[in-house]
Design a protein around this ligand. Structure first.
Ligand code: DAH
Length: 336
């Protein structure tokens, strides 16, 4: 049997040395070490040996197996190295690579995510509503009478059904209160639509972020503190914020908010960034009628709304709002 093993080893090593690629090397392995391979067949002869010869023969068998395995392994490494070398032959590894264009966030997305993340940290949850709205949610429930200019066919996109493209995100205030119980603390970023003449500061599709805070005993102090904190987080700690009395149908009292900002090389000036106010009781009454209960009837709250396109223009000194929708990479590649 010893002789038989020696022959197997010699044949195996010769076959390995002669293998030209990894596939034929694998065939060699099967021929000698496989289930029906010659070494396996030879080792079956062990059981017929006299007991005292078994240990020595077992050891010889192991040595042959190990020698074949080591040789297989070495040959495999050599073949792989040869294949790798062949695959890069003729390639100039010192040539420069090709640059991949890197994407970035659109300035509008960036400003929206910044505003949303600040407000979420302050406890506001995201809310949404349909962009095709009813007159009730867009106007009536927001205390905006039939003869208000915003309801004019010239200013608003109406469908034949009487529905319309929402003119502001304030409709989400109503949608939210119809479906939730107080306290309500939501923000709703989204698109709004107006039949505006398109120019450097107007688009017929633009973006707003609405906020609504409703609870018992909400005060004007809460509104001021919340929005001042928010605007400082948006524009910088030292930003001055001012509330100017204004009128909105759905808030009373109402304000426009200005922040004092300094563009590069210019004097600081007050820039209007948002509208806000204490929720008008007429809004709570409309919500009560729509819900058919009184849970919002004794509530107080504040609301605010701001133009995201405007915020982006202020943040980056963008002079023409149309740049935000023209998809010109020369403009967009400056962001993100
Ligand atoms: N909806 C107003 C607009 O589109 C913005 C606004 C003003 C929203 C005051 C509010 C608010 O929630 O309280 O011009």
């Amino acid at each position: 049997m010893k002789q038989q093993l020696d022959t197997i080893q010699v044949n195996a090593l010769a076959a390995i040395a002669g293998a030209e690629d990894e596939r034929s090397l694998e065939e060699v392995r099967i021929t000698f070490l496989g289930k029906k391979g010659s070494l396996t067949t030879a080792s079956a002869g062990m059981k017929d040996l006299p007991k005292e010869e078994k240990p020595a023969m077992g050891q010889a068998l192991n040595e042959v197996r190990q020698a074949i395995q080591a040789s297989l392994e070495q040959k495999r490494t050599e073949l792989q190295a040869a294949r790798d070398a062949a695959s890069v032959e003729g390639l100039d590894m010192t040539l420069e690579g090709r640059d991949l264009a890197r994407g970035g966030l659109h300035p509008l997305t960036e400003i929206k995510e910044k505003a949303v993340s600040i407000l979420r940290r302050m406890g506001f949850a995201l809310a949404e509503g349909p962009e095709i709205e009813t007159e009730f949610h867009c106007f009536d429930a927001l205390n905006t009478p039939q003869d208000h200019p915003a309801r004019n066919e010239k200013d608003t996109f109406y469908f034949d059904s009487g529905k319309l493209l929402r003119t502001h995100t304030s409709s989400v205030q109503i949608r939210t209160m119809e479906a939730a119980k107080p306290p309500v603390r939501i923000i709703a970023p989204g698109s709004a639509y107006r039949r505006d003449e398109i120019d450097a500061t107007h688009l017929s599709v633009f973006h707003q972020l609405e906020g609504l805070y409703v609870d018992e005993n909400v005060t004007l102090g809460d509104l001021k503190g919340t929005l001042e904190y928010f605007l400082k987080a948006m524009f910088g700690d030292s930003t001055e914020v001012r509330f100017r009395p204004h009128f909105f149908p759905f808030t009373e009292p109402s304000f426009e908010i200005d922040v004092k900002l300094q563009a590069k090389g210019e004097e600081p000036k007050w820039i209007e960034v948002a509208g806000c106010g204490m929720v008008d009781p007429a809004v709570f009454s409309a919500v009560s009628t729509s819900r058919g209960d009184q849970v919002f009837e004794s509530m107080t709250g504040f609301a605010f709304g701001m133009g995201l396109d405007r915020l982006a223009m202020i943040q980056w000194g963008i002079k023409d709002i149309r740049l935000l929708i023209e998809n010109d990479v020369r403009f967009l590649s400056q962001f993100g």
